[in-house]
Structure formats: C-alpha cells, structure tokens
Design a protein around this ligand. Structure first.
Ligand code: GLN
Length: 439
C-alpha cells in the first residue's frame, strides 16, 4: 500500500499490516535491506537509514566504530514524523558513513538489489531503496550528499527526492559533508514523496541552515501545469544506450504532457567530480575527527593518548572512510589548501552560477542519474571508477538544488533505470508537479 493509503488506516489495520510486513521481511533475509527491525509506536511504519537518530535505538552509520552506540535523542525529522502519525520502523543498511555508491562498504555486509541478486542496490542509501523496491517498506528516509537518495532509487525502481539544501533539518543526522547533506523521502510514487517531504521539512532552531516552509506542496500538486523543461544533449552523449533510450522516452512523455522542451548545456562533469570529492572529503575529515574513542566511538586502548587515537581509528574505520579522511586532511593542509580546497570552492560557485543562468529561462532540467543500470557486486571496486559514476548527481548537491529521481525504463532483463528532474532552489512545488508527467 502507498503512504497516502496507509495514513488512512485504523490502528488495528496498521498493527495487522505491520505483522504481515515483519513476516515478509523475515522471509527475505538475503536481501539484507534492514539492519534490524524495531517495531515501536503505532503509526505508519517508515524505514530509517542507519545514520538518522531515533532515541534509544542503536545508530551506527553502518560502521564498526559506532557498534553499541545508542542515540540519546531523536533527529528532528523523526520528531516531525511521529507528530504526523508515522513511526520509525527498522534501520536500513548503507555505505559506512554514507561514503559510497553501492552499499558494499557497510559493516553489516552487502544489500542485494531487489531486481537481481547479482547486483548492488546503489548507495549510499541502498538499504532504504531496496526495502521500498522489494515491497518491504511503505516508504523510507535516506540522506543525499552527492546522490545517495536519487541513485539507489534509480537502481531499485522507486522515487527518491533530494530537497533544496536547508529545507530539511540535519539535526540528528550523522554528518558526512555538512554543506551538502540533506535528508529526503524514498517512496513508491511522486505523491507519497511530496507527502513525506511536507512532513519532514521546515525550520528547526537546532539547525541554523534550515528554512521556514511555505505551504504544503502535497495539497497543491498540479499535473496539468505547463512548464519549460531543459534537456542536455551534450551531457547525454557519453551515457549508455539504456540511459539514452530512457532519456528519449522521458522527452516524449514531457512533450505529450504539453511542456515546452528547450536545449541547454552544463559544464563538463569532470569539474563536478573534482570539486565534489575535494569538498566532501575535506568536510568528512573534519566531521569524523570526533570519532577518537574519547568523545565518540568504541575505544581501542593504546600505550598513550596518541596511540589510543591511532588504534581506535585504524580498527574502527573501513578502507573507504580511511581513504577519504586522508584525502580530506591532505586538501586542507597548509601548502595544499589554496591549490585544492580553495579552487574547489571557486569551481562550486561556477557550478551554481551556471544553474542560476539556466533557471532564468526554464522551470526544470531533465538529467540522467547514473551511467547505466545497477552494477554487479564488485564492479566498482576501484574507487576512481566509483567516484566517476557519480557524475550526474553531485552538481545538484554542490549547487544546493532540489531534484527528484523516478523510474523511467526497464532493461530487457527487468532492471530499472531512472532519470531526475532538477528545479531551482526552494521550488519543490514545480519539481513535484513536473515529475507527475513522468509517472
Ligand atoms: N557516492 C557519493 C559519495 O560517496 C555520494 C554519497 C552520498 O550522497 N552520501 O560521496
């Protein structure tokens, strides 16, 4: 059932539904979408990524260093959900500290793609996407720093939405790269995404970057609004055949819905990759400094304080997290700061400026999400290949824009591929309205 339908169920109906849901989850342990199921509260069950705090639940960001850590308070999104009659239901698997594109770096092992046991669900919110895609969750929360909601949504055949930076409070979200992170909805359809977005968004005095909301978008959804939508012919050139086919299909659907299609261009995605992986690792290295075994994280006792830090972090973090901490500290170190970090910030401004320019004359941009269908396990084991696979999603985070990924096509063997619509900052209404034409 959809979120909209579930919100109309009585307490008895919901409790019966949850029993059946639990049985379905238990019958499919090989999927490994949930780290565990905590059925508390009598509201509509929503699956929660393991980097969002629910009071008195374990929260680990799928890392060894946080095993046994219990959340002392609720994230603001959880408080808002509970006020609206939703209950957190289970924690979902993810890449360690949300660093990755496949959910393979989790302490809890891999999650399968619901459409193929040989393939990844995407990442880092792979558990949330697989749970919804397999019918084991009505809806889920994920977080998106560089595509982690939209890309797994594409691979698992569901809707994933990244709000404008500042729309949703980050209080209680395990920080990866604070200037890029946003929590967002992962759902079965566009309307449910709008409903869940309305519930979790709004100003929070505990997150000074969060914004006051206007009206609820889900009350005003309008599938008949005629929009001007930009397509990116040069951008699509390097994509795989299936992505090109999906793109063509989406353009036809948008035209048929009466939208005006215009051509625009974005700068070469190689600049996005460089700017993103410098910015994100610099912020991650800073954010993860708190896991020292003293303030946070499991301690591995050493000969002295420094040795304790080294042992704690060497044993507590996985390889990808270590790689990024090294990279982040390197680009922030004196002598390299100007050459890398400052340059990345300038590039970030250029990326934002080009979007501002395009949005002077268009309402939405249609863009790919991933280079192709979900990769096989191990296919992106070279970190550089993995970073390059983020080329279509990361500029949206660097520019702070809202974007929605939704399924458009299936390959011959039934693997879904999604595309995204991107809107100007704070224009979630147009984003949801336009997305309805692609459902
Ligand atoms: N794949 C990207 C990264 O590893 C994005 C991850 C995310 O959005 N959390 O940084």
């Amino acid at each position: 059932i959809t979120l909209k339908e579930a919100l109309k169920l009585s307490k008895e109906e919901l409790s019966k539904f949850k029993q059946e849901l639990k049985a379905k989850i238990d019958a499919k342990p090989e999927l490994n979408a949930y780290i565990d199921v905590n059925n508390v509260g009598d509201g509509v069950p929503i699956a929660i990524k393991d980097n969002i705090q629910v009071k008195d639940w374990s929260v680990t960001s799928a890392s060894s260093i946080l095993q046994g850590y219990i959340a002392p308070y609720n994230a603001t999104v959880i408080e808002k959900m509970m006020e609206a009659g939703l209950s957190p239901y289970g924690r979902t698997n993810m890449d360690e500290f949300a660093m990755g594109s496949t959910t393979e770096s989790s302490f809890y092992g891999k999650t399968q793609n619901p459409h193929s046991s040989q393939r990844v669900p995407g990442g880092s919110s792979g558990g949330s996407a697989a749970a919804v895609g397999a019918g084991l969750a009505i809806a889920a929360l994920g977080s998106d720093t560089g595509g982690s909601i939209r890309q797994p949504a594409s691979y698992c055949g569901i809707v994933g939405m990244k709000p404008t930076y500042g729309r949703v409070s980050r209080y209680g979200l395990g920080a990866y790269a604070s200037s890029l992170d946003q929590i967002g909805p992962m759902t079965q359809n566009v309307e449910d995404a709008a409903i869940l977005y309305d519930i979790i968004s709004g100003h929070d005095k505990k997150d000074s970057t969060s914004m006051e909301m206007d009206d609820k978008v889900s009350d005003k959804l309008d599938a008949n609004k005629k929009l001007t939508i930009a397509i990116l012919p040069k951008h699509i050139d390097g994509a795989s055949e299936i992505v090109k086919k999906a793109y063509e299909k989406a353009i036809e659907a948008l035209k048929a819905a009466g939208h005006t299609i215009v051509e625009r261009e974005l700068m070469d995605a190689k600049f996005d990759i460089s700017a993103y992986y410098i910015t994100a690792t610099a912020e991650a290295a800073t954010n993860l400094a708190r896991y020292d075994g003293i303030r946070y994280g499991n301690r591995v006792e050493g000969k002295n304080l420094e040795d304790t830090f080294i042992k704690t972090r060497s044993q507590g973090f996985g390889d990808e997290v270590k790689r990024r901490t090294l990279l982040g500290n390197f680009v922030l170190s004196s002598g390299y700061y100007e050459a890398y970090y400052v340059k990345a910030q300038k590039t970030r401004h250029m990326i934002k400026d080009q979007y501002d320019e395009i949005f002077k004359s268009v309402d939405l941009i249609l863009s790919p999400i991933a280079p192709s269908i979900a990769p096989k396990f191990g296919e992106l084991s070279n970190p550089m290949d993995m970073y390059l696979s983020d080329l279509y999603t990361i500029s949206v985070n660097l520019a702070g824009l809202p974007a929605l990924s939704l399924p458009v096509l299936k390959s011959d063997d039934g693997l879904p591929i999604g595309l995204q619509l991107i809107a100007k900052a704070y224009d979630e209404q147009t984003l949801f309205d336009g997305s309805l034409s692609l459902e």
